[in-house]
Design a protein around this ligand. Structure first.
Ligand SMILES: [Cu+2]
Length: 617
């Protein structure tokens, strides 16, 4: 199993010793701020060039780290798993309560603000626990110890529906999360958790705020009303259908520890249907049917969770290096928990939901056909928000946490083989170089073989949709903002800052206060040289007003699309438009390169009835 590299053996030994020593510090639960105190970091925040901790020279631009060199694995052998759909439970014990049930071990501290208004119609329960999984073909990598929702990664798929228009609340659910993680992390992972539903319009005590964590042995009830934004404000009684979101995910958001916990497996998926995006290709927008999510003869709406990981070249075990603050790149690409799997499809249209859970890589995904041809496809959404209509593209770029829903048409392609290929060049955690590789030169991530039986296809053919808006259309951006705030994303003391500050601790006062049911304009500035940052705001979607001073072209539907992650590229300045409606509570704005997030590119704020006038929080 061990894989000996061709590198100089002395250097190799130093490198392994250094990695092992860093690993011991990580396993012991040290944070960067502890290392600063211990004198193991330079004043610039870099790991000191001490033999035994860092085997490589350290540059002014940041630490130079080991190139990932996982043991070899055989690609395209194992089938791509379809995500398990979570079944509701009939009841929960103890019964959920609006006020935190601390006597029974609930770790929640705030009362549910919309529990009586939208009583839960269905209950779910998940246990966050250790599990053992195979990520490569049997015999190639050892079984991996992961932390997962119900012990699997990705966690189970929740499939739910918005309440029908006019009856908000009949889509309301409650998800009980239990922290059954072990005290011993076995190398990395921090067994204290908070679960963020990215990017549900949920009362904020159920949002998974980074400081609302709960401990081993505790549980936390998350109330997801599944209502459209505006339901208690701009569009009373219904919410704004143009705020519908369909492709979401959930993941651990523990302050300072999100990278290691999500890398260890604490991420899962969540789909919302409604009477338009129905999950049935014979109704509504006629997008490919979801079916039961499992049966290949009836399930054509497939969620794909991408991540990249590194495995120790000696032991073959998953490796996480906390000391790499640039960001972590893996040399193995997983889809739904398997390295380079295979998907068998029928000659018809499919809806793929692409999610990148990171930790730090950006993708530009192409569909590679026979003889290095590039197959076009239709992008239908940005971050789970349907565009005005499908847009035909040759590729889709998405950074960490972004989602892209696409329609790929395999009609008439029986017998052919395709690959999902990432052609975006990226050499470190700072961000992609910008270079897009040629067809067949990138990372082939998933093999798709069109060898399934011919089955009926009643889904809409995007090529035949007449001109004009096909989906909901975008909400207006005409209401005057109450305030414009500027957020500068920059490097300082070897870490990551927003407006010159690290996140600070959970006891600090909110750095910004949004007035409930108001409009704000935010300016995102990338002031960090060579780095790129996927900037994520919780709770509401934004629309892009300008990028570097230029409004998105009226034809640029993808740039204009509603989003919750803004990909802040080199030297970019963007102005975005937000409405903050219906609910109050604490809220973060942060980089979703989860390594940057933990070190400590995040601002904590709140929505309340008053608001503030801080233009540079
Ligand atoms: Cu970042």
């Amino acid at each position: 199993m061990a894989y000996i590299s061709k590198r100089n053996r002395t250097k190799e030994k130093d490198r392994q010793t250094a990695a092992r020593n860093r690993g011991e510090l990580i396993a012991a639960g040290f944070k960067r701020r502890d290392l600063l105190k211990m004198g193991l970091l330079t004043s610039a925040g870099l790991l000191i060039p001490k033999k035994g901790l860092s085997a490589h020279p350290i540059t002014s631009a940041g630490m130079v780290f080991d190139d990932p060199q996982s043991p070899p694995t055989t690609p395209f052998v194992e089938n791509m798993p379809r995500l398990q759909v979570l079944a509701p439970v009939a009841s929960l014990t103890p019964a959920p309560t609006a006020v935190p049930n601390t006597a029974a071990g609930e770790g929640r501290t705030e009362t549910h603000q919309a529990f009586a208004l939208y009583p839960p119609q269905r209950y779910y329960e998940m246990s966050q626990q250790q599990g053992t999984v195979l990520m490569a073909p049997a015999g190639e990598l050892p079984p991996q110890t992961i932390w997962g929702f119900n012990g699997i990664t990705p966690g189970p798929l929740i499939v739910e529906r918005y309440g029908v228009l006019g009856s908000p609340g009949n889509g309301s659910i409650l998800v009980r999360q239990r922290n059954n993680l072990p005290a011993n992390n076995g190398g990395f992972g921090f067994p204290s958790v908070t679960t963020h539903l990215h990017n549900g319009h949920t009362p904020l005590e159920s949002d998974g705020f980074p400081c609302f964590f709960f401990e081993r042995g505790q549980f936390y009830d998350y109330h997801y009303p599944n209502v459209y934004a505006g339901v208690l404000s701009t569009h009373p009684g219904t919410g704004d259908i143009k705020e519908a979101m369909h492709t979401l995910w959930y993941h651990d958001h523990r302050i300072d520890h999100t990278a290691e916990n999500t890398y260890k497996g604490l991420a899962g998926t969540y789909i919302l249907f409604n009477e338009f995006d129905t999950g049935n290709e014979n109704t509504g927008f006629c997008l490919p049917s979801f079916g039961d999510g499992q049966n290949p003869l009836t399930s054509f709406d497939i969620y794909m969770v991408f991540n990249d990981k590194v495995f120790d070249e000696q032991t073959g075990l998953l490796r996480f290096d906390l000391f790499n603050t640039d960001g972590i790149l893996g040399d193995k690409f997983l889809v739904n928990g398997k390295i380079n799997p295979v998907l068998h499809v029928s000659p018809r249209r499919y809806r793929f939901r692409w999610l990148n859970t990171g930790p730090s890589r950006f993708y530009q995904m192409f569909v590679l056909g026979p003889n290095n041809t590039t197959k076009s496809f239709w992008q239908i959404s940005t971050d789970g928000n349907l565009l005005e209509r499908p847009v035909q593209v040759n590729s889709a770029r998405f950074s960490v946490a972004e989602r892209v829903d696409v329609i790929v048409d395999f009609t008439g392609q029986a017998g052919k083989t395709f690959y999902l290929e990432n052609r975006l060049e990226q050499e470190d955690g700072r961000g992609p170089t910008g270079n897009v590789l040629g067809a067949g030169q990138g990372n082939k991530i998933l093999k798709i073989v069109v060898d399934g039986p011919v089955v009926p296809d009643n889904s809409v053919d995007p090529a035949t949709i007449p001109a004009g808006t096909y989906f909901y259309g975008f909400p207006n951006t005409n209401d005057a903002p109450r305030i414009t705030r500027t957020f500068r994303f920059e490097r300082g003391n070897g870490q990551w800052q927003v407006n010159g500050q690290l996140v600070g601790g959970c006891n600090q006062p909110s750095r910004f206060r949004i007035k409930k049911n108001s409009v704000e304009k935010w300016v995102f500035q990338n002031n960090s040289g060579g780095w790129q940052h996927p900037i994520h705001m919780h709770f509401e979607e934004f629309q892009t007003l300008t990028i570097n001073g230029n409004p998105p072209a009226s034809t640029g539907l993808i740039t204009r699309g509603r989003k919750d992650v803004f990909r802040l590229e080199h030297n970019m300045e963007a102005k975005v438009y937000f409405r903050f409606r219906d609910f109050i509570g604490k809220i973060p704005l942060h980089c979703h390169n989860v390594v940057h997030e933990d070190h400590a590119m995040m601002v904590l704020g709140q929505i309340d009835d008053v608001g503030d006038n801080n233009t540079q929080p």
